[in-house]
Design a protein around this ligand. Structure first.
Ligand code: SF4
Length: 260
């Protein structure tokens, strides 16, 4: 039997504010119907495209050994509002990726979302459109969100990197370090109640880990105090559809955290 959870509904008892409304009153009341349980959604049965190589794990030792970004720049970014942050990202030349990008990919969606989805880096289509999670992977993400009662516009979607690595290679440690303050600021501004780390690059960089996604799934993590659910990237699910059932479990876990 299908179970429905509502984020934003008034609590059954007590004087607590609605779940999607911050105690500081910053957010407007939103009624978001989140669905869990029930039949498997249609996207689970989608036919896979041809298999591609799944890239190997990043060298996290290289990541932690890299020189830290100057704190003064982090401080500046940490004080920016949305407009200032978006402008700074659009003009950023902090790493070499600026020279090969067509567009920066800042992030899209509800800027006061309860759920924030973080992926890895823009691919070719994202670079062209300046938007994360487009193309077939984006369509699958939309279907996954729809299955839990959310639209793309009700979540905030961003990447670890704002510019495309050439040839869709993995982000390098120096690039991640340069770009990280932008993502940190986005998380601080959105103040999501749950973060979904989509894929290995997002999970490992957010959580400073070298573990595989398969070992991180289902465990409790947090990013600056915000619960993080680790799951597979939709692009990986297109290559490995047998993992879709696990990603469905991860989504339902995110729903439970949002509703708790
Ligand atoms: S990837 Fe990030 S740090 Fe590098 S140029 Fe783009 S916005 Fe700047």
């Amino acid at each position: 039997m299908e179970e429905k959870m509502t984020v934003g509904a008034a609590p059954k008892s007590g004087n607590s504010p609605p779940l999607s409304e911050n105690t500081d009153g910053r957010r407007s009341r939103r009624e978001i119907s989140l669905e869990t349980g029930g039949d498997m959604p249609p996207w689970l049965d989608e036919a896979p495209p041809p298999m591609e190589e799944y890239s190997p794990a990043i060298d996290y030792a290289e990541y932690v050994d890299a020189a830290p970004e100057k704190s003064s720049k982090k401080d500046i970014i940490g004080g920016l509002d949305w407009h200032g942050l978006e402008t700074m990202v659009a003009e950023c030349q902090a790493c070499t990726l600026h020279s090969t990008r067509s567009n920066t990919v800042f992030g899209v969606g509800e800027r006061e979302a309860d759920l924030m989805i973080i992926g890895e880096a823009p691919g070719a289509e994202e670079d062209r459109k300046g938007e994360p999670f487009v193309g077939r992977a984006g369509q699958l993400l939309n279907a996954m969100l729809h299955a839990i009662g959310l639209s793309r516009k009700q979540v905030f979607i961003a990447n670890i990197l704002k510019c495309r690595p050439p040839g869709n290679r993995d982000p390098r440690s120096d690039e991640v370090l340069k770009c990280e303050p932008y993502l940190m600021r986005q998380v601080a501004l959105v103040k999501p109640r749950v973060i979904l780390a989509a894929g290995r690059v997002a999970a490992q960089n957010l959580l400073k880990s070298t573990e595989a996604v398969g070992r991180m799934r289902g465990r409790d993590f947090n990013y600056n105090g915000i619960p993080v659910v680790v799951s597979y990237h939709p692009a990986y699910l297109l290559r490995s559809p047998e993992q879709k059932a696990k990603s469905w479990q991860d989504l339902q876990r995110a729903v439970r955290l949002l509703s708790g």
